[in-house]
Design a protein around this ligand. Structure first.
Ligand SMILES: Nc1nc2c(ncn2[C@@H]2O[C@H](COP(=O)(O)OP(=O)(O)OP(=O)(O)O)[C@@H](O)[C@H]2O)c(=O)[nH]1
Ligand SMILES: [Mg+2]
Length: 466
């Protein structure tokens, strides 16, 4: 289909935040932004592409350099209105002083509309009025966007008043704060600048909304797989004697820690891509629960490795499957004997089991080796921590406007992350959904409980708002 892609030129005075507004609107963090005026010297087109198709395009431009002279020339122009821009450019393009003015006006010839950006936290100057008048003379549909760089709002009324005289519409849009909702609202208002643009922009908005829904579905899928991988993790190692034990435990924890960290990092980096963040990253600290207590008793417990649950086993590879065995010593009853992992489930304390098993012969094999098993997770707290971290990461990623460039503050966001948590406030109903998913993910449900995952997924999706 050869549909015309709506194209909007972002114009204004140097350093007002034109490129920042564009970057946020187009969700494109490759747009060059700088505190030094004159960063943008050439026009560059930024397409918004969804599912391989360009749906709308924004053009970044340099700021006006000679608004008074340009306006004077245009006021004196007596040719047909559609020749105003081409003739101005033809008359000035060889003059170096007018390089930026010609460059910024050129894409307006074919554009669907113009978005004029001003910093509304400063007073209005004569040059602003000249720039607005130039844009009015172009006859193009246009909208004014007030991007307040500071919190100062005292000048807003003056700006609004002046804008009403020159523009079809005025909107406040903060390039460092607006995200999905703000983008949609701005596009909705753009429809009002020209009736002819309305159907095209409605299609654009619908496509963006559908895409956002699809992103949320993909995000919840990634989160759920990540939770499942971490919760269901199992590992094991054989030890020969008691002296070995500490070192092996440490090794197992280190392996587990690295696995969980990698799963989370991998999930987070895929979500960053979905939300089109190439530069901004919210560096989450390693979860305390994994990092600080890794070798402590608390960690054993957290991993489901309390003394009671620790499984020591004779690593008797090749032993007959399912052979039942009851040593009957010291009240210790040994149940299932699984050849697959060489695992012997011990109901007594791990230490006793170790002592008792050592040297015992079963079916002709020497049981002087034990298997320490890690996982699957036994404490639901781990799931809550993973959910909290995932949702915090999500809210930072979706809440960081693409035009915002104070990346050094991202570190602070990450640090706050460990302090906050949404799951603590969840009601019993939500907890039950989590508990059921936890049993399912750790293999403790009887049979397959696909509904557990469905209900959990639906719940996680409701958390990914807007
Ligand atoms: N605090 C704050 N700073 C902003 C905001 N918008 C832009 N800035 C900063 O203002 C400076 C100029 O922003 P740009 O987007 O490069 O401005 P521009 O109008 O494209 O500038 P030129 O390309 O030089 O004409 C940058 O340092 C931005 O980070 C805002 O809403 N809040
Ligand atoms: Mg710029």
């Amino acid at each position: 289909m050869n549909r015309k892609v709506p194209e909007f030129v972002i114009a204004g005075h140097p350093n007002e935040g034109k490129s920042s507004v564009l970057s946020t609107l187009a969700e494109d963090d490759s747009v060059r932004i700088s505190p030094i005026p004159g960063e943008t010297r050439e026009c560059r087109s930024f397409p918004v592409v969804i599912d391989g198709e360009e749906i709308i395009r924004f053009v970044d431009t340099p700021g006006f350099q000679n608004p008074f002279k340009t306006l004077r020339w245009m006021r004196d122009f007596s040719g047909p209105y559609n020749k105003l821009l081409p003739d101005f450019i033809a008359a000035h393009k060889q003059i170096p002083e007018f390089h930026d003015d010609c460059t910024l006006l050129e894409p307006m010839i074919h554009a669907s509309g113009i978005i004029f950006v001003v910093d509304g936290s400063r007073p209005m100057r004569k040059s602003d009025r000249a720039e607005m008048e130039i844009l009015r003379l172009t006859g193009k549909p246009r909208m004014a966007v007030i991007n307040c760089k500071e919190d100062e709002t005292g000048w807003l009324d003056e700006w609004r008043h002046e804008f009403r005289r020159h523009f079809n519409l005025v909107r406040i849009f903060n390039s460092c704060r607006e995200t999905y909702q703000g983008r949609i609202e701005l596009l909705e208002s753009l429809k009002g600048i020209d009736q002819e643009l309305s159907p095209e922009l409605s299609t654009v908005i619908r496509t963006i909304k559908n895409d956002w829904r699809a992103r949320k579905e993909r995000t919840s899928e990634i989160f759920i797989r990540m939770f499942q991988d971490i919760l269901s993790y199992t590992d094991g190692a054989a030890i020969r004697n008691h002296q070995d034990r500490k070192g092996v435990e440490e090794r197992l924890f280190e392996r587990y820690r690295r696995f969980a960290w990698r799963c989370e990092q991998d999930a987070f980096s895929r979500i960053r891509k979905i939300y089109r963040h190439n530069v901004f990253n919210c560096p989450m600290p390693e979860p305390d629960i994994l990092k600080e207590d890794i070798f402590s008793e608390a960690s054993w417990e957290f991993l489901g490795l309390t003394g009671k649950q620790l499984v020591f086993a004779g690593a008797v590879t090749g032993a007959a499957a399912g052979a039942a065995l009851d040593l009957g010593h010291g009240g210790l009853s040994l149940g299932l004997f699984s050849a697959a992992g060489g695992i012997l489930g011990a109901a007594g304390t791990a230490f006793k089991a170790r002592k008792l098993l050592s040297g015992v012969r079963v079916m002709g094999m020497n049981l002087d080796r034990h298997l320490i098993r890690v996982g699957p997770a036994a404490n639901i707290q781990l799931l809550y921590i993973l959910i909290d971290r995932a949702l915090i990461f999500y809210s930072h990623i979706t809440g960081w406007a693409h035009g915002r460039r104070d990346y050094e503050n991202a570190e602070k966001l990450g640090k706050q992350a460990s302090a906050q948590g949404v799951t603590a406030g969840w009601d019993r109903q939500r907890q039950k959904v989590c508990e059921r998913f936890f049993r399912y993910a750790t293999g403790k449900s009887v049979g397959r409980d696909a509904e557990a995952e469905e209900k959990f997924r639906a719940m996680i999706e409701t958390c990914l708002e807007p």
